[in-house]
Design a protein around this ligand. Structure first.
Ligand SMILES: [Zn+2]
Length: 214
């Protein structure tokens, strides 16, 4: 089960202290979504993944960690307004802002994952910005595919394309992709099928397992 403690954290940017949730333990039971979003209970621990200082809006995994970019970034219009995105969920701005910090320090992988997490929080709040955020994430995942766990990333990118309605591109790009992982190949076939049906809904790996056609 999930255990979250509250601890006081001192912000490395403004020096103020605030109570913050800290994840002590969690678990997952069940299949992840096709973009590898974990099942419960880990699914509901996102409030501990990136914290936000209530005094200066610094967003970080640990507020004691040094800000890698010039402090002015936190006061910029881009940061304060999340580039104009009017997010519905309270967690979405944190991940978006963390991506802006990562962008400033050219950390492509961190940019990608924080945009993906931002999209997940949009999904949770039926926030239409989800598609736009996923679109922003695609160029970053394309940059990290050659360097990361390629099979998982290739599968996530297919889901990003489908969830943003880029069906033709998905079908064209993935029709001849075969990884060395049979399970991932089944997921990719499922994605192509759903793209042909112009279906942009959220599916889990369980849906693929149950769908014996793949
Ligand atoms: Zn602060």
């Amino acid at each position: 089960m999930t255990k979250i403690h509250e601890i006081e954290q001192k912000c490395s940017v403004c020096g103020h202290t605030s109570p913050q949730p800290m994840l002590a333990s969690t678990n997952t039971m069940g299949y992840p979504d096709l973009d590898l979003r974990p099942a419960e209970m880990k699914r509901s621990t996102m409030n501990t993944w990136i914290l936000e200082c209530p005094h200066c809006s610094y967003a970080a995994h640990n507020l004691g960690d040094m800000l890698e970019s010039p402090k002015d970034l936190l006061k910029s219009e881009s940061y304060t307004t999340c580039d104009g995105y009017d997010f519905k969920g309270r967690l979405s701005p944190r991940f978006y802002r963390r991506h802006l910090i990562a962008k400033e320090s050219n950390n492509i992988e961190e940019c990608f994952y924080n945009l993906l997490y931002c999209a997940w929080t949009c999904d949770d709040n039926e926030d239409e910005n989800a598609a736009e955020i996923r679109k922003q994430a695609i160029p970053y995942i394309e940059e990290i595919i050659p360097h990361g766990n390629a099979n998982n990333l290739i599968a996530i990118k297919a889901d990003l394309l489908r969830r943003t309605g880029q069906y033709e591109q998905l079908i064209e790009e993935y029709s001849n992709i075969y990884t060395d992982d049979a399970a991932i190949n089944r997921v990719l076939k499922f994605q192509i099928q759903k793209a042909q049906e112009q279906d942009n809904a959220c599916y889990t790996v369980e849906d693929v397992v149950e769908s014996r056609r793949f």
